[in-house]
Design a binder for this molecule. Structure first.
Ligand SMILES: [Zn+2]
Ligand SMILES: [Zn+2]
Length: 212
């Protein structure tokens, strides 16, 4: 039997290995805080200085739609609530309430999943998809919170965060800086240019196992 998230062999029958379970737990714990922080990233940094400077009146900075989407219904809250509802349904429980502010709903859904994590890791048939989707969601939230300059995507970080939990954060090269190295802004793993192509094709983790 294999972990349904990372496909590694398991010692005992379960849905998730301990590394994927721990990674999921950490991400569920961090998501409500990321949600709150995103409120301070709704408008692009005013100090970038790459816009037209000759205008007499500066128009208000546009709202960042990617941040708005993540914070609105259909974004983070909906993914968490849908997984919580699927989990409760699988346990024969009724659907969870979706009431209150979106902030409170994000918190309630993440907590509802965390307190059932043992059951999820052992029995929930959707656990693998859930772990992968929430890893991607946390990576997207981290990328939105990252005030980096315009960048070029080169792939996902393949670093092992411990026990086989793969970082998975989006890796980007700042454009126009002549950067010679990519550093993961989440875990700090370094990738020199000769690794970029392997990263971009996703072959790195297969070939090397870990990159840290
Ligand atoms: Zn796993
Ligand atoms: Zn990383």
């Amino acid at each position: 039997m294999n972990c349904t998230a990372c496909t590694r062999p398991l010692d005992a029958p379960a849905q998730l290995c301990t590394a994927c379970t721990r990674g999921l737990d950490v991400r569920l714990a961090e998501l409500p805080g990321q949600y709150l922080l995103l409120a301070t990233h709704l408008r692009p940094g005013a100090a970038r200085g790459d816009g037209p400077v000759a205008l007499v009146r500066t128009p208000p900075l546009p709202v960042r739609e990617d941040v708005l989407d993540m914070r609105a219904t259909g974004g983070m809250v909906t993914m968490l609530e849908d997984w919580r509802a699927a989990m409760q349904n699988a346990r024969g429980w009724g659907p969870p309430a979706r009431t209150g502010t979106i902030e409170r709903r994000v918190m309630a859904a993440a907590r509802g999943l965390r307190i059932n994590l043992d059951w999820i890791a052992e029995f929930f048939e959707g656990a693998g998809d859930m772990a992968r989707e929430i890893r991607a969601l946390a990576g997207q939230a981290a990328a939105l919170l990252d005030p980096a300059p315009p960048t070029l995507a080169v792939g996902e970080c393949a670093a092992d965060l411990g026990g086989g939990d793969i970082c998975g954060a989006p890796l980007r090269v700042p454009t126009g800086t002549g950067a010679v190295e990519v550093r993961c802004r989440r875990c700090g793993a370094d990738y020199p240019p000769h690794m970029w192509l392997t990263l971009a094709t996703g072959a790195w983790a297969d070939a090397q196992g870990v990159a840290a």
